[in-house]
Design a protein around this ligand. Sequence first.
Ligand code: ZN
Length: 241
Amino acid sequence: MTKACPAQFSFKDHNGCSLDLTPGKVVCVGRNYAEHAKELGNPVPKTPLFFIKPKTAIVDLEPEFKMPLTSEPCHFETEIAVLIGKQLKSSICNEVSRSDTEVENAIAGYGIALDLTLRQLQNKLKAKGHPWEIAKSFDGACPMGAFYTGNLKPNEVGLECSVNEEVRQRGFAIEMIVGIVDLLKLITQYFTLEPGDVVMTGTPAGVGPLIFDDKFECKLLRNNHDGNVSELVKYNSLVKN
Ligand code: ZN
């Protein structure tokens, strides 16, 4: 008899269709919104810091995702996720000059993903000056939703999330310390971005712990610059353990 295996993660677009991209690494950005840096007592940096979650961290955001089996609280950080559709080679070994248009053309879509964090463990590691991976890159540490593949400019994207119907986080790309195109340029100074890689763009203020049975909802928003904000994708999920 064959045992049922959990379905492997695959990218979907906002219509629920599979996208022909194989999940790769997730490059994350810390402290890219001033208000969030302040809420954790961190200095507001001039350039953001980067870390990586492996593809084994990616799981579906919907209809539910699991908390790690640890006694310490697990925090959510809701982030705008950028799906890479074309390779952007790094300039660490070779001279690369890159236009904004080339970067924008490499983006396959925008979605929402969570940077789940074992905050106490992260704080301990931070205090020792150690890397964070075990606090942020464990299996399941990156629940990821569908990507909006329609026409959308990098500076129009926004997000909102609520836990048990209370709005907790709301943020827009225009509030980022480093905007999306410049982030991809900074990242590719060091790391080549491949099709199927995802860049998480940092979290707005309002992070906090999630517990079993929490109702987690978020929205991908478009900021139309005329004061109008429209909803592009809605995600509904339940926290399990
Ligand atoms: Zn984060």
